[in-house]
Write a protein that binds this ligand. Structure first.
Ligand code: ZN
Length: 333
């Protein structure tokens, strides 16, 4: 299965490398600014930085703040810490724990649940959940380039299994009403995949011709691509945008090159992961889980260490630090 991440080479574990917070800060500094310190304020970017040490202290709220290095920008005169402007900013969780959890999420073949993180690292479930979501945010592709070549597109529906037969009986719902109710709880996800390449999956409020055309417009290099889909009505007019082949699932699953097996195996990995790792995924957070599986798939040919480096390259640039619910992950108009 080409969707499974590869495990190659030896990955030095941060649990062994980082002994304390001082080590963790030095490690992050090296990863963030490999060519010398840079002002962490996005509107400045000066390289005239002075490092200074701050003694350990106890804040008014009783929080113990250990001794640490801070930086002062000689251009804009502002001070900042190594976590300023990253997913680790403003957190009471030690940076060492953050880094170890981030690496853990990158080297696991499957996703890691907040419950596992909470047990393994001795943090509360809320803290673990918060960390996982910020790390998932960093996994989203910040500069997505357009997909090209032979591309498969397909849609799937996640969640909303029909449940509670007793309740349905009491409400005297017939089968068609039960099915309608179950489908109303399902969340559509639309995906496009390059044969042997990258995948892009988007949670949508509903799958419509307009939504999928917009997603394809933003994500596919139409001049250099050939599209394959099933016979769903939403793809009927897509042939106007780019060359389009249709596989008729009623009568055939594969017709030579024409098939949608790659996107279908991505859906299988995603669904198996969601069922196995998370007993319940809130539809509002589904976009982040989907982004995690997208990241895993798109980095499947590199080593665990390289995948972690790729993640560390995406920890910056967050404007809104609150990882809130997203109704969808589709492109803006
Ligand atoms: Zn500055």
């Amino acid at each position: 299965m080409n969707s499974e991440p590869k495990r190659k080479g030896h990955t030095p574990l941060l649990t062994d490398i980082l002994r304390d917070e001082k080590d963790a800060r030095a490690y992050l500094e090296g990863k963030r600014w490999p060519n010398g310190l840079v002002c962490a304020f996005g509107d400045c970017g000066s390289t005239e930085i002075t490092r200074f040490e701050v003694k350990a202290s106890v804040r008014k709220n009783g929080r113990h703040v250990p001794a640490r290095s801070l930086y002062k920008c000689n251009a804009c005169k502002r001070q900042f810490s190594v976590t300023k402007g990253t997913i680790f900013e403003d957190s009471k969780i030690p940076l060492r724990t953050w880094l170890i959890v981030a690496q853990r999420m990158c080297v696991s073949k499957k996703s890691v649940s907040a419950l596992q993180i909470s047990r393994e690292f001795g943090v509360t479930y809320e803290s673990a959940w918060f960390m996982c979501h910020r790390i998932r945010w960093a996994m989203t592709d910040k500069n997505p380039t357009k997909l090209s070549g032979t591309i498969e597109a397909d849609e799937t529906y996640i969640g909303g299994k029909p449940r509670g037969h007793r309740k349905h009986r009491a409400a005297k719902m017939n089968m068609s009403e039960r099915i309608t109710e179950a489908w109303a709880k399902k969340t559509p996800v639309f995906g496009i995949i390059e044969r042997g390449g990258r995948v892009r999956a988007r949670v949508m409020p509903k799958v419509s011709q307009k939504e999928i055309e917009r997603t394809m417009f933003h994500n596919i290099d139409r001049a250099a691509s050939r599209l394959m889909t099933d016979e769903h009505a939403i793809y009927k007019k897509i042939g106007d945008m780019l060359p389009h082949d249709v596989i008729r699932h009623n009568s055939e699953y594969v017709r030579g090159e024409v098939n949608t097996q790659n996107i279908e195996s991505f859906w299988a990995v995603l669904k198996r992961g969601l069922v196995g790792t998370y007993h319940h995924v809130d539809a509002g957070y589904l976009a982040q889980y989907v982004a995690e599986y997208e990241f895993r798939h798109n980095t499947r040919h590199i080593t665990d260490a390289e995948r972690f480096s790729a993640l560390m390259g995406q920890i910056e640039g967050r404007v809104d630090w609150y990882v809130g619910k997203q109704a969808s992950s589709s492109e803006p108009d």
